[in-house]
Design a protein around this ligand. Sequence first.
Ligand SMILES: Nc1ncnc2c1ncn2[C@@H]1O[C@H](COP(=O)(O)OP(=O)(O)OP(=O)(O)O)[C@@H](O)[C@H]1O
Length: 278
Amino acid sequence: MPLLEIRNLRVEFDTAKGPFRALDGVDYTVDAGEVLAIVGESGSGKSVAMLATMGLLPDTATITADVMEFEGRDLRKLSPKERRQVIGKDISMIFQEPIASLNPCFTVGFQLSEALKVHTNLSKTDRKARVLELMRAVGLPDPERRLNAFPHQMSGGQCQRVMIAMAIACSPKLLIADEPTTALDVTIQKQILDLLVKLQQDSGMGLIMITHDMGVVAETADRVIVQYKGRKMEEADVLSLFEAPKSNYTKALLSALPENATGDRLPTVSDFAGAGGF
Ligand SMILES: Nc1ncnc2c1ncn2[C@@H]1O[C@H](COP(=O)(O)OP(=O)(O)OP(=O)(O)O)[C@@H](O)[C@H]1O
């Protein structure tokens, strides 16, 4: 049984201009211990798919699916109490903007401790010990001192490490990382990706990496879903995808990588599209 199984997911938003179909019948599965990358340009529906899975879309979204299961349990039939157990504990998510995701008014130590308070019965002393353990696990130097730091006193990369610590605080079975390195300096991006992959390998959790960057896919993924305008263009293991891409859209994404440039101008994805798109 896959850890997460979603079949024929459709999401439609009610907008002022009428209904807008953001996702059109896409399947997602991920196993424990597996890294699935969902890749595609902005607007392809990557975030919407995972927010629908987490139950985090606004009321204007109509979500339908044939299957929507986590460990064989229908995510749509969970009671509010069961939902709190699964979402935020068994499945957790990190987002693109680490600084915006943290509360500026509280120290990082307090925020990490609160995350533990919601989902565990640990005493205050044990929570502090676990917070320090988590800060070490995500490579934050001098954790004792940093407990009392506010988010604005830390760099973007350090804030993302705090967010990762918060996301793994309750040992999730599945971590969804939505463009976790996009807002960071290039030099820090690789460190954060390496950290996520190390944590995933050490814990055996499933990891879904949402990205628009084929470089991130190559660094992290076992299996890849390529999305375009709310539809799945291709699904393949990472080696097959890079060595023998099947869809024209995947070929376009790969050709737009700087290392694959052949002419004096870097091609763009639209250079490969037909008159009606892909
Ligand atoms: N609340 C909403 N109401 C209406 N349309 C929405 C809403 N949220 C997302 N959309 C639309 O759904 C489409 C898919 O958005 P989504 O955020 O999933 O794209 P993405 O592939 O994750 O890209 P990005 O990397 O830019 O977030 C976009 O066209 C977006 O404008």
